[in-house]
Design a protein around this ligand. Structure first.
Ligand SMILES: Cc1ncc(COP(=O)(O)O)c(C=O)c1O
Length: 444
């Protein structure tokens, strides 16, 4: 659909070519800025941010102001009607019966585990290649996070390793839908069911993602969402939500988020204070109707990058991300693998050229200092270790322009073409090991 055809290059391929020419000629000669811009036909691209929320928020400012003013007038700052509206909206969007708003995605994970009465002696299987909160929630309750390795293509939990790590003490597994793509949920659900353990989806990066037509957060026993500003549905601060089809779990989480209080000042359960605030809900209620359009724009950007990288022959130097079969990928991140120990150099090169590029994540959780007591070391999770050395996230936000993408790809081209001229673009080891990775797979 977005595959570029050599006879008739799409506009962005032409832009990429022109931008590459420009970047190379900028190095060679000291053209003045206006001449450079003219030559590139991309006058405005002097930098590309990793994320620019202003572009998304500017057209919505009036609605934000109106919604926030209403809350100021009502005085209902915590929970209340705006939160209820968001809970109903997200439940519908995520195809799930209950959605319970709370203070953050981290709190959502904590509340989900608290609802299971998890504590010392219990084990929770989690990926190590994820944001800290996935594992810290279990540790904070005195339970033991057990780290499993990832699949090298999806970066998500490897079901075989999960199977290997189940013991009599395992109470739950937390698959993370990293970068916006669902983990292998059918296999994981089968494994969990056979072992009698609970599945909590960490869908913080994946609202709207699907596995076999089922939305993230609706597949496991519970799901956890984050509305941190960088997420696909981001608020103006912290916010999170637990999703579930289970009435009893939902009821318990509703209580746990308000100190287990029911009725007022009577506490049947030991909970926490994790009320969602109305300002966040109001902002998110304005944004939710746009989410599918933004997801489409992210998807188009992802396909366009892949096309541009293929066009530039960079798939021989980098591994490009893939949307796997049976999934709706929502592209919270577009993450390439940079093999041969060159990832940090490429990142520095891009950042110096004012191109946003970030590493999610540079160190597996199993090697974090605070988890040293668990006794893991380098080499225990080889695919996790390799991912921490190779991943690089490029700008993918919905409003990113094709000219900006062309500038990103041109700079990557320059990295491989310039200082390392003569560097052999050998296929990354990771790709060499996997036979038959074709253009169509990369563009799926
Ligand atoms: C995979 C994952 N889990 C959990 C969280 C925690 O969410 P929050 O930042 O809203 O606490 C995040 C946020 O970065 C995340 O990416």
């Amino acid at each position: 659909m977005l595959a570029g055809c050599l006879e008739d290059p799409p506009d962005y391929a032409r832009t990429l070519f022109e931008t590459t020419q420009l970047l190379l000629s900028m190095e060679a000669s000291n053209m003045n800025q206006s001449a450079q811009n003219q030559a590139a036909n991309t006058p405005s691209v002097t930098s590309v941010p990793l994320l620019d929320l202003k572009r998304q928020h500017d057209p919505l400012q009036g609605q934000f102001a109106e919604a926030l003013a209403k809350i100021c007038q009502s005085g209902w700052f915590c929970l209340g009607p705006d939160v209820k509206q968001l809970e109903e909206g997200v439940a519908k969007y995520s195809q799930v019966k209950h959605a319970i708003g709370c203070g953050s995605g981290s709190d959502a994970l904590l509340l989900a585990l608290m609802a299971l009465d998890l504590g010392p002696g219990d084990e929770v299987i989690v990926p190590s290649f994820t944001f800290f909160a996935t594992a810290s929630a279990a540790a904070r309750l005195g339970a033991t996070p057990v780290f499993a390795d990832i699949d090298p293509v999806s970066f998500n939990l490897d079901p075989h390793d999960v199977q290997r790590k189940i013991t009599a003490r395992t109470k739950a597994v937390i698959p993370v839908h990293l970068y916006g793509q669902c983990a292998e949920m059918d296999t994981l659900m089968q494994i969990a069911e056979a072992a009698g353990i609970v599945v909590i989806e960490d869908a913080a990066q994946a609202i709207g993602a699907e596995f076999d037509g089922h939305r993230a957060g609706s597949i496991g026993h519970m799901g956890c969402l984050s509305f941190y500003p960088t997420k696909n549905l981001g608020g103006a601060g912290d916010g999170g939500m637990v999703t579930s089809n289970d009435d009893a779990l939902a009821k318990k989480i509703q209580l746990l988020r308000v100190h287990g209080m029911e009725p007022r000042y009577y506490h049947g359960l030991l909970g926490v204070n994790s009320r969602m605030d109305s300002f966040q809900a109001a902002i998110l209620n304005v944004k939710l109707p746009h989410l599918d359009r933004w997801t489409r724009m992210r998807t188009e950007n992802a396909h366009r990058y892949t096309d541009m990288f293929l066009e530039a022959g960079l798939d021989r130097a980098l591994s490009l991300p893939r949307a796997l079969p049976h999934r709706r990928h929502v592209w919270n991140q577009y993450v390439v693998r940079v093999p041969d120990g060159r990832r940090d150099d490429l990142r520095t090169f891009l950042n110096e050229a004012k191109i946003g590029a970030e590493v999610y994540y540079p160190l597996g959780l199993h090697e974090q200092q605070c988890f040293a007591y668990l006794g893991y070391g380098r080499g225990d999770l080889p695919e996790t270790d390799r991912a921490t050395e190779e991943v690089l996230a490029l700008p993918i936000f919905p409003e990113l322009t094709s000219a900006e993408q062309a500038a990103v790809v041109a700079r990557v081209t320059q990295f491989y073409d310039g200082p390392a001229k003569g560097h052999k673009l050998a296929g990354p080891n990771f790709l060499k090991r996997r036979e038959g990775v074709a253009k169509k797979d990369l563009q799926n």
